[in-house]
Design a protein around this ligand. Structure first.
Ligand code: ATP
Length: 234
């Protein structure tokens, strides 16, 4: 579903990605670990067509990201630190705005369903600027799913969520993890990263230094590997 070959990205003199090769199949859930500055967000931004790579190639569902921005954006949903929400609009209006952008059928129904799913029922007609950070994060999850994308990127999605919201997100991700959906998540939390993924990758200084099936690891064994790989080099 996603093929990344020889991917490099430089910001001036900073080499954020130094040759990433990664194949992710349809239906796979991959968790990307790595210390601050490893290049995880940069990788997800390139895969989302938000920024361009310096070298290398990415194909999503057979489409080259350098050539098919619009078609690729329709297939993906992104949950990141940025909520991409409008403070002056209500929760419902925000979702309807994105629904129109993606030409979603039965938009009212879909928005209502998602607001309920992320636990914001009762607040749908409140302006987003009155929301707490966790509530905004919940709504941004609904926003990312409005067009039912079959590729989902989550960049540290648990940050800012309380325990209930974290549980809601975990259950939502479990439901989203189907045969025809591909999910990539970055997190610094080893428990969250292992609990629903199929494969784990450790990125360090713009390169992949470890990858394996999640089922081969317990939290303890993976934590040990993580610190062996990253310790002292981060
Ligand atoms: P974190 O875990 O802290 O979110 P990360 O693994 O997501 O980190 P990136 O945000 O991708 O890392 O950053 C990788 C490197 O690229 C860092 O050295 C960072 O300073 C640099 N970088 C990222 N964005 C820019 C930018 N717009 N301009 C210049 N340098 C950048």
């Amino acid at each position: 579903m996603i093929k990344v070959s020889g991917l490099r990205k430089s910001y001036g003199t900073v080499d954020a990605l130094r040759g990433i090769d990664l194949h992710i199949r349809m239906g796979e859930f991959l968790t990307l670990f790595g210390p601050n500055g490893a290049g995880k967000t940069t990788l997800l931004k390139i895969l989302s067509t938000i920024i361009k790579q310096t070298h290398g190639k990415v194909e999503i569902d057979g489409l080259d990201i350098s050539e098919a921005h619009y078609d690729i954006r329709k297939k993906i949903g992104v949950i990141s630190h940025k909520t991409f929400l409008y403070g002056d609009l209500t929760a419902r209006e925000n979702l309807l705005f994105y629904a129109r952008m993606y030409d979603v059928k039965k938009a009212e129904e879909r928005a209502h369903h998602l607001i309920k799913e992320v636990g914001l029922d009762g607040r749908e007609n409140h302006q987003v600027r009155t929301f707490s950070r966790g509530m905004e994060q919940r709504l941004s999850i609904a926003r990312a799913l409005i067009h039912d994308p079959n590729v989902i990127y989550l960049d540290e999605p648990y940050s800012g969520l309380d325990q209930h919201a974290a549980l809601m997100l975990r259950n939502l991700l479990k439901n989203l993890h189907t045969q025809d959906r591909t999910i990539i998540m970055t997190t610094h939390n080893i428990t969250h990263g292992l609990e629903i993924s199929d494969r784990v990758v450790i990125q360090l200084k713009g390169q992949i230094v470890f990858e394996d099936k999640t089922s081969n690891h317990s939290t303890e064994s993976f934590e040990k590997i993580y610190f062996e790989k990253v310790g002292g080099q981060a």
